[in-house]
Ligand binder design. Structure first.
Ligand code: 4NP
Length: 158
């Protein structure tokens, strides 16, 4: 049997209280359900440090709880070292993608940085929209996109 590959996956959004913690929670459950938790390190971060230490947004917690996900995690800001450490850095929108690329001044890690929507099989959305200033339906839509993209990531890394 060939040795199993180990994958480090980091999800990134702006505040690390809505989209990327939800992606982390959804992807971790998918990996656990596939019996692959020993093969993955999964984390999330925000490009902005404003919410550092905060739990996920209550509206995102409500949307996740409706689908039986358990909530965990606290916000942190992405650091330049994360680019070195993680094998795959998954961004939610163009702004996150540009911010993360800007941390990679020499362009050494550009191939690791990919938009979540590039992994979606069933949605053609161009981004995972920021739900922060919208209503509860925006959070539900984010979860649908994240589930689609996370399944695509798991299949690609299989
Ligand atoms: P997130 O959402 O990037 O998905 O965590 C946001 C959280 C906070 C703010 C914006 C978006 N904010 O402006 O404080």
């Amino acid at each position: 049997m060939s040795p199993r590959k180990f994958h480090r996956v980091l999800f990134v959004c702006l505040g690390n209280i809505c989209r990327s913690p939800a992606a982390e929670i959804i992807f971790r459950k998918m990996v656990d359900d596939a019996g692959k938790s020993v093969e993955f390190e999964i984390d999330s971060a925000g490009t902005m440090g404003h919410h550092a230490g905060a739990a996920p947004d209550p509206r995102m917690c409500e949307a996740l709880s409706k689908k039986n996900y358990s909530i965990s995690g606290h916000a942190r800001q992405i650091e330049a070292q994360d680019l070195e450490k993680f094998d795959l850095i998954v961004t939610m929108d163009e702004s996150n993608l540009n911010e993360v690329r800007n941390l990679d001044q020499k362009g050494r890690f550009h191939s690791k940085i990919r938009p979540l929507v590039s992994f979606c099989r069933n949605h053609s959305d161009l981004r995972v929209p920021d739900p922060y200033y919208g209503g509860q339906r925006g959070f539900d839509h984010v979860i649908h996109l994240l589930e689609d993209g996370c399944m695509g990531i798991l299949e690609e890394l299989r």
